[in-house]
Design a protein around this ligand. Structure first.
Ligand code: PEP
Ligand code: MG
Length: 538
């Protein structure tokens, strides 16, 4: 029995087998092989695994974002079965006696080059797909498996680190817990763990040889126990039962108002990253969605999601929420949320760089496509639009001007949408706090992004694990900024909420209510606990 301690990104207990997430480093070496049959068998097994992974990705995408978006994984399955592609790989293994990885990578490059030089635009577009399936095959040959969708039972996923783009691809039903050797508790991967309601630890010095071993993740003590003895296992199973009982007790809060004893109502909303998370919001009886991080739709995709794909996703969320408010934040990528197909330059200071609304203001067509999808979906429910990372008045004015222009475009085509759609901004830069009075005149609500507000107020990179000691979201400067924002909102007759992680901090619930907060939006798993705290308040 071995114990390793790190930092908890989310509490709870998980018991299960460890699966190490092996990531291919992308390098493929040419190696001589003697046993051709064994190499062909290895290739066949990897191909079968890749096809299974693609099927799982197809099923997941179908459920989360619909047929149009899922189709690509079927196309990839067909490509993996293509005779010419397979013959080329097998010939190389047989004739040149090279390892399967090398044969796959070389064939992939050759085929991609051939497709890229074709006249037909559709065929040219297939070059990227050929590269993609070849990379998947190479990863599987190298024992990566890459995707949690390949797991046959729920596992404790161990990795050096997880990028948000990797985390969103995981099959949530197959992951009991995340444990990473690096990573920060303020990262988006940690936020996703909270949404998924699973214990997650970061900065755990767990060795590399733990794959397949039984383990316990204790989110309260921030430890992982590998190979627990019978007694420890029994103790934790009992603790886990108690946790389940506690959750059941909180179920009593379902259907009740979020109101203090003195009669102040607080809107208690949930944060989501995609259509699949609405289930958690409904399960925990949130009054609405206060933050739909729309960028996760982009992170899951291999190319810009089309207007139709986005429309379907937003419409589905609006319909599932059946008239309750759904606040959808426009694209907020950059910093730790990187997407290859955006082809953003490497930056010295990504947190201070080309991100969020700055990208939308520079790349008009991406912005307009999203706004069209959002407005069209607004005809199917109570959608509100929110712009992230605002620092200046002109940014809001330009966003609103673009929104007006898109509205006119839709009106000219008789496309229905919610004419009086509510529009808000995230207050997450010190600049927006300081000019909150002016900004409040332009919008219908403020939602305070305490994750970034803490980062920018204290000048501390939220991703930098070495600085966690200094990242104090309870810092008086942060709390003062929150109070200033709420006061400015109220002076101008609009509401103010918090959608950053601090909104769910039990130590601050009472403080926020006293400050006059109107809405708190959080990981769905924190909603019932917060409702109880507010109902117990005078
Ligand atoms: C925030 O900054 O508090 C926020 C909610 O946005 P994100 O965490 O996605 O940057
Ligand atoms: Mg933010």
């Amino acid at each position: 029995m071995e114990k390793y301690t790190g930092k908890a990104a989310y509490q709870g207990i998980a018991i299960g087998k460890i699966a190490e997430m092996v990531k291919s480093d992308g390098t493929v070496r040419r190696e001589h092989i003697d046993d051709v049959d064994a190499e062909l068998a290895r290739l066949a097994a990897a191909k079968e695994q890749a096809i299974d992974e693609l099927q799982a990705l197809y099923d997941k995408a179908l459920k989360d974002v619909g047929e149009a978006h899922a189709e690509i994984f079927q196309v990839h399955q067909m490509m993996l079965d293509d005779d010419d592609y397979n013959e080329s790989i097998e010939e190389m293994i047989k004739e040149q006696k090279v390892n399967a990885e090398f044969a796959v990578a070389t064939t992939g490059d050759n085929f991609a080059e051939m497709f890229a030089s074709m006249d037909d635009e559709y065929m040219r577009g297939r070059a990227a797909d050929i590269k993609d399936i070849s990379t998947r095959l190479v990863t599987d040959l190298q024992g990566g498996g890459g995707s949690a969708n390949a797991f046959t039972e729920p596992v404790i996923l161990v990795a050096d680190d997880l990028a948000p783009s990797e985390t969103v691809q995981l099959d949530k039903a197959m992951v009991l817990s995340f444990v990473t050797r690096a990573g920060s508790t303020n990262s988006h991967t940690a936020i996703l763990a909270r949404t998924m309601n699973i214990p997650a630890l970061v900065q755990v010095p767990i060795p590399k040889d733990v794959n397949g071993k039984m383990a316990i993740v204790d989110g309260m003590k921030s430890t992982v126990i590998v190979d627990p003895d019978e007694k420890t296992l029994a103790e934790y199973k009992a603790l886990q039962e108690k946790e389940i009982e506690k959750k059941k007790l909180l179920n009593e809060m379902k259907g009740k108002d979020t109101v203090t004893k003195s009669g102040r109502h607080i809107k208690l909303y949930g944060n989501i990253g995609g259509v699949g998370d609405v289930a958690y919001v409904l399960e925990n009886d949130a009054a609405g969605i206060g933050l739909f991080r729309s960028e996760f739709l982009y992170l899951q995709n291999e190319d810009y999601p089309t207007e139709e794909q986005q429309f379907q996703a937003y419409k589905k969320v609006a319909e599932l929420m059946a008239g309750k408010q759904v606040i959808i934040r426009t694209l907020d990528i950059g910093a730790d949320k990187q997407i290859d197909y955006f082809k953003l330059d490497k930056e010295e200071n990504p947190a201070l760089g080309f991100r969020a609304v700055r990208i939308c203001l520079e790349r008009d067509e991406i912005f307009r496509t999203q706004l069209r999808a959002l407005l069209r979906a607004s005809a199917f429910g109570n959608i509100a639009i929110m712009f992230p990372m605002i620092a200046s008045k002109w940014e809001v004015e330009t966003c609103l001007k673009t929104l007006e222009s898109v509205k006119h475009e839709l009106m000219a085509k008789d496309v229905p949408f919610k004419k009086d759609i509510s529009v808000g901004i995230m207050v997450e830069t010190p600049a927006s706090v300081l000019i909150a009075d002016e900004l409040a005149e332009l919008v219908d609500f403020f939602s305070i992004g305490t994750n970034d507000l803490t980062q920018y107020t204290l000048a501390i990179d939220r991703q930098n694990q070495k600085l966690e000691r200094f990242f104090d979201a309870h810092h008086p400067a942060v709390l003062k900024a929150i109070q200033m924002t709420i006061d400015a909102a109220h002076r101008h007759g609009i509401w103010a909420g918090i959608c950053g992680e601090l909104g769910a901090d039990p130590e601050l619930t009472e403080t926020f209510v006293k400050m006059g907060i109107d809405e708190l939006s959080m990981s769905p798993s924190s909603i019932l606990r917060t409702r109880k705290a507010i109902r117990d308040m005078d």
